[in-house]
Ligand binder design. Structure first.
Ligand SMILES: *[C@@H]1O[C@H](CO)[C@@H](O)[C@H](O)[C@H]1NC(C)=O
Ligand SMILES: *[C@@H]1O[C@H](CO)[C@@H](O)[C@H](O)[C@H]1NC(C)=O
Length: 556
């Protein structure tokens, strides 16, 4: 907790890109959800505070699926490498795990959409093509609903997905009823084209309830009824390797399990049945509440060690791991760790990705609205927040995962344009278009406009999401349109035609909005809560420290 305060207050001061704006942002002065405002486009995306940037960071787009208490319109979101908005869409409702995945020679934007009941998702998976249109909807088989935690398209062109099913289970080993209920953790492999089920696996056949580290909260009554099932396993990632083996992460059993193509457990890393001798003082096998276990090669895996589960913290901060496994001697060794900058904790969610071209390691921190890119050996190269660190602990705006990927977006909708009649300025943007490098202004008389005969006025390079152009004298009194061009000068699309003489309302940016004021008030309250909690925690630490010398993190 004290770390958070330290991070919140001091780290931005040390950041290479220090500015007072950045500092106020992190303090929460602009609210829990500072947004970018545009004239030509209504949907508001979070403003990114880039704390550190390095040209060694891999070229690519950052993909998020923001949601949370202060995020009014959840949906998929893409930024460029510098934190400029590229695409946002609220028409899908809450989505999770936005990613770029490859299927049959094409890239798709994939995500879960549906409901989230706090434990699991109940929905299906969308695959959008480069024009942001739904090309495939993938659902679970056997009457199940797809879950939020993972949807992966394999190299064989099949889809893997997690599923949570409420099942009866004897809970007497954890002090519960014999006729208790659990959320079982399943995964399926599906033929995307036909929806046919190819493989299904469930945790209950392989993992006993007493292997869990998740406390069955007696006071909340988890376990006795199907409506209050005990989430003992919590499957949160699934991957498949070239040999057909599956890799499953269980957050509550603290394990990464390798499963053979016939469903047998081949090995278990971590948890109560860990099979590997740890050559790194426990760090390779004692991860807790982890997310996103992935194969990097046949014997190297990556995962995000959250070290925390909501408010139960078992490590001092969160970090990603690269772990080497030896299947001859059954040893595990930590090759690299990637520590949260400033040592904050991710109490839930998050992911780690080894980038294909540089080998850099990209981490989405989940509940804290932050993502970081590290060099392969753990140096922080780029670090960005899309919400103030002041509120990381609360998860008011969060993204289950953050991915970095190449993407070509060619929206089927036209670019948006608004002309401010008073300042004689044209504002133009094109949500989702990745290849635009500039805008050509064209003019025509009324009759020529009707027949589509336009002539060139000028060219302006694209700046960020929205480009503003002051109407030159030679364009006044004409009908205008803005044409998007790519690197080769090819036309990608054009706006509607508008008349410079049209009465358009003067665009005003008022001072701090009502919402910002409310958020500032909340920020003040939040600060109070944090200070109170730190004060309380400090007292506990003092008591603990003198009584039994236990690690302070047992309680904080
Ligand atoms: C994207 O999908 C839509 C709907 O299936 C289709 O009409 C469109 O042609 C596709 N675009 C591309 C570029 O594949
Ligand atoms: C297993 O241990 C033996 C003896 O220490 C060593 O020679 C061998 O290289 C190890 N195997 C692997 C795959 O590293």
């Amino acid at each position: 907790m004290a770390h958070i305060l330290l991070y919140w207050a001091f780290l931005p001061l040390l950041a290479s890109a220090f500015s007072w704006h950045s500092w106020w942002y992190e303090m929460g002065v602009f609210g829990a959800h500072p947004t970018l405002k545009h004239v030509s486009f209504d949907q508001q995306a979070p403003e990114v505070n880039v704390l550190q940037w390095d040209p060694r960071c891999e070229d690519g787009y950052v993909l998020l699926s923001p949601r949370g208490r202060f995020y009014p319109e959840p949906g998929p979101l893409i930024y460029d490498n510098r934190g400029n908005l590229v695409w946002i869409d609220n028409k899908f409702g809450m989505v999770m795990d936005l990613n770029v995945q490859h299927y049959k020679g094409q890239n798709y934007l994939t995500f879960f959409t549906g409901d989230d009941d706090g434990t699991r998702g109940i929905g299906s998976y969308y695959m959008l093509n480069s024009s942001y249109e739904v090309a495939h909807v993938v659902s679970a088989a056997n009457g199940y609903s797809g879950d939020v935690h993972d949807f992966k398209i394999t190299d064989q062109g099949t889809a893997l997905m997690t599923i949570y099913e409420i099942c009866p289970m004897d809970l007497s080993a954890v002090g519960g009823p014999e006729d208790g209920w659990v959320y079982d953790g399943l995964f399926q492999e599906i033929n995307i084209e036909t929806g046919e089920l190819l493989f299904e696996w469930r945790a209950r056949d392989h993992y006993a309830v007493e292997e869990t580290y998740f406390e069955r909260a007696e006071e909340k009554g988890t376990g006795p009824t199907a409506g209050k099932a005990f989430d003992y396993f919590h499957i949160n990632s699934i991957a498949k390797d070239a040999h057909g083996n599956y890799l499953v992460s269980s957050r509550y059993i603290h394990t990464v399990t390798c499963i053979s193509p016939s469903g047998d457990v081949l090995w278990i890393l971590g948890g109560k049945r860990n099979m590997f001798k740890d050559l790194s003082d426990g760090s390779a096998t004692e991860f807790t509440w982890q997310h996103d276990a992935r194969w990097l090669s046949d014997n190297v895996i990556t995962l995000l060690d959250n070290g925390a589960h909501e408010h139960l913290q078992t490590a001092d901060f969160s970090r990603a791991y690269m772990i080497e496994l030896d299947f001859e001697n059954w040893t595990a060794r930590t090759l690299h760790t990637y520590e949260s900058p400033g040592h904050f904790s991710s109490h839930s969610q998050g992911n780690v990705q080894v980038l294909p071209r540089t080998g850099n390691v990209f981490v989405g921190w989940g509940k804290p609205s932050a993502y970081t890119e590290f060099s392969a050996d753990g140096e922080v190269l780029c670090d960005a927040h899309w919400g103030p660190s002041m509120f990381f602990w609360f998860g008011w705006i969060k993204s289950y995962r953050a991915q970095k990927a190449m993407w070509v977006g060619r929206p089927s909708t036209p670019p948006d344009v608004v002309m401010d009649g008073q300042s004689r300025t044209v504002y133009v943007s094109w949500n989702g278009a990745t290849d635009v490098i500039g805008w050509v202004m064209q003019r025509a008389s009324r009759s020529d406009a009707a027949s589509g005969e336009f002539e060139l006025v000028g060219y302006t390079s694209k700046e960020g999401f929205e480009t503003s152009i002051v109407v030159p004298d030679e364009a006044e009194g004409h009908y205008l349109r803005m044409v998007a061009v790519d690197q080769e000068g090819e036309t990608l699309g054009m706006t509607r035609v508008f008349n410079t003489a049209d009465e358009t309302p003067h665009v005003t940016f008022s001072g701090p909005s009502q919402a910002n004021l409310q958020h500032t008030l909340l920020a003040a309250c939040g600060l109070g809560v944090v200070l109170a909690a730190v004060w309380k925690a400090k007292r506990r630490i003092l008591i603990l420290g003198t009584r039994c010398g236990r690690s302070v993190y047992d309680r904080v």
